[in-house]
Design a protein around this ligand. Structure first.
Ligand SMILES: NC(=O)c1ccc[n+]([C@@H]2O[C@H](COP(=O)([O-])OP(=O)(O)OC[C@H]3O[C@@H](n4cnc5c(N)ncnc54)[C@H](O)[C@@H]3O)[C@@H](O)[C@H]2O)c1
Length: 248
């Protein structure tokens, strides 16, 4: 589905980003992968590259605008263009009520989850303009559509990301650049395990109509479709992949 498409993925060393990289490679894409976790990123690139070089890795912190410029330049230098960008890197942040939320922790989540997506899109769109087309998929959350307690920075970052997705989709539609976001329910990834205890995970399972947590691979399938030319009439929209969480 992605033969010879050049795709950039942030947060590719783990979870949803890693599953997306694996699926994209299987579907013929050429990949620029990035993360702050270098060991797992390089391991993934080694795994994906057989006889032919299909993936490169660059350490990049999404909260640093210059790093996005470097990633886009790498895509063009290595593979000649940028067709697809998946803005996936994100953090959960500390758990506290708004009235008690540490200001520094607030800024950290907003810098990574929201500012990081703006910086990325700005540079990705400039490269896509030169290519005459492009498709951007931002990884939001069910918490980009509804709230929950104890994660005000995360909820805010994901709601705002959906707003940015809509605004930029309108602005760049005539340049043939599509922008969409994806809203996963709770997934079995290190992000979740890092932040929540077993009792909370069991409680969260019950909140999904399918009565289980999702798998990264199930999110990757939707990301791939949105990124591909099959979704040629889809732009500016938010797409849950949530086991029925938002239907209730
Ligand atoms: N796991 C879930 O339940 C869930 C649900 C909804 C949305 N999401 C979203 O999906 C995305 C991926 O999450 P995941 O569950 O795969 O998490 P994960 O922790 O498995 O992977 C996230 C990756 O992002 C990287 N990262 C963190 N900070 C970074 C930074 N500043 N710069 C570059 N890379 C950075 C991490 O090193 C890690 O490899 C996130 O945006 C997350 O908010 C996850």
């Amino acid at each position: 589905m992605l033969k010879n498409k050049v795709a950039l993925i942030t947060g590719a060393s783990s979870g949803i980003g890693k599953a997306t990289a694996e699926l994209f490679a299987q579907e013929g894409a050429l990949l620029v992968l990035s993360d702050i976790d270098v060991d797992n990123g390089e391991k993934l690139v080694k795994q994906l590259n057989g006889n032919k070089k299909v993936a490169v890795f660059l350490k990049a912190d999404v909260a640093n605008e210059n790093d996005h410029q470097k990633l886009v330049t790498l895509a063009v230098d290595e593979f000649g263009k940028l067709d697809i960008a998946i803005n996936n890197a994100g953090v959960g942040g500390v758990q506290a009520k708004t009235g008690d939320y540490p200001t520094e922790a607030w800024h950290e989540v907003i810098n990574i989850n929201l500012n990081g997506v703006f910086y990325g899109m700005k540079h990705q769109i400039q490269a896509m303009r030169k290519n005459g087309k492009g498709s951007i998929v931002n990884i939001s959350s069910i918490l980009g559509s509804v709230g929950t307690q104890m994660s005000p920075a995360y909820v805010t970052s994901k709601h705002a990301m959906n707003g940015l997705t809509k605004a930029s989709a309108l602005e760049h539609a005539e340049e043939n650049i599509r922008v969409n976001s994806v809203g996963p329910g709770y997934m079995k990834t290190p992000l979740l395990a890092k932040n929540l205890d077993d009792d909370t995970l069991t409680m969260l399972t019950q909140l999904h109509a399918l009565k289980r947590l999702g798998k990264s691979e199930e999110v990757a399938e939707l990301i791939m479709w949105l990124a591909s030319d099959k979704a040629s009439f889809v732009t500016g929209s938010y797409h849950p992949v949530d086991g029925g969480y938002l239907a209730q």
